[in-house]
Design a binder for this molecule. Structure first.
Ligand code: HEC
Length: 140
């Protein structure tokens, strides 16, 4: 499983970003965050996390990350923090969970980023921080 993931990452490749692309990863000060019922968002986040049709690569977030795979020790630190892949792609040295969801949508998932005020982004971000990251910290 781990080899398969590494091969996938090698095939997808990690491209660099120019300044314009870099700006896309920063939430504008006036853009609202979707707000909704917390347990509804967590359930929706779990559904998206496991959905192989979410992006265009045929992979779900869980395909790479189930059981804590494809994360580094950085994932144990509270957000924002440095994530090697995000730094390679964008030069940003401090990333929050929401931006990481956007990065993984663009690159491994080969899709568009979510709208910053979307329910999808809010749901996956909450699920990553409250479930996936907590499990990773408990297991490692
Ligand atoms: C092809 C495999 C792959 C898929 C699919 C994938 N990711 Fe990732 N993800 C990675 C890699 C590689 C990293 C970078 C780890 C690093 O550099 O520390 C990463 C990093 C992350 C991190 C940051 C961990 C940290 O240290 O803070 C989060 C959060 C994350 N992914 C969420 C997602 C979400 C949400 C999805 C689905 C929308 C997803 N990933 C889909 C491979 C993948």
């Amino acid at each position: 499983m781990k080899l398969k993931i590494l091969a996938l990452i090698a095939v997808i490749g990690l491209a660099g970003c120019n300044d314009e692309e870099l700006n896309k990863f920063v939430r504008q000060a006036d853009s609202p965050v979707y707000s909704g019922d917390r347990s509804d968002l967590l359930a929706y986040g779990q559904q998206l996390w496991n959905d192989p049709s979410l992006g265009n690569s045929g992979l779900a977030c869980a395909t790479c990350h189930a059981g804590g795979t494809a994360f580094n020790d950085s994932f144990k630190q509270p957000y924002p923090h440095l994530v090697a892949m995000a730094e390679d792609m964008s030069g940003l040295t401090s990333i929050d969970a929401e931006q990481m969801v956007q990065f993984c949508m663009l690159q491994p998932m080969q899709a568009d980023m979510f709208a910053w005020d979307s329910k999808e982004l809010a749901a996956l971000t909450l699920y990553v921080e409250k479930v996936v990251q907590v499990e990773f910290i408990n297991q490692h």
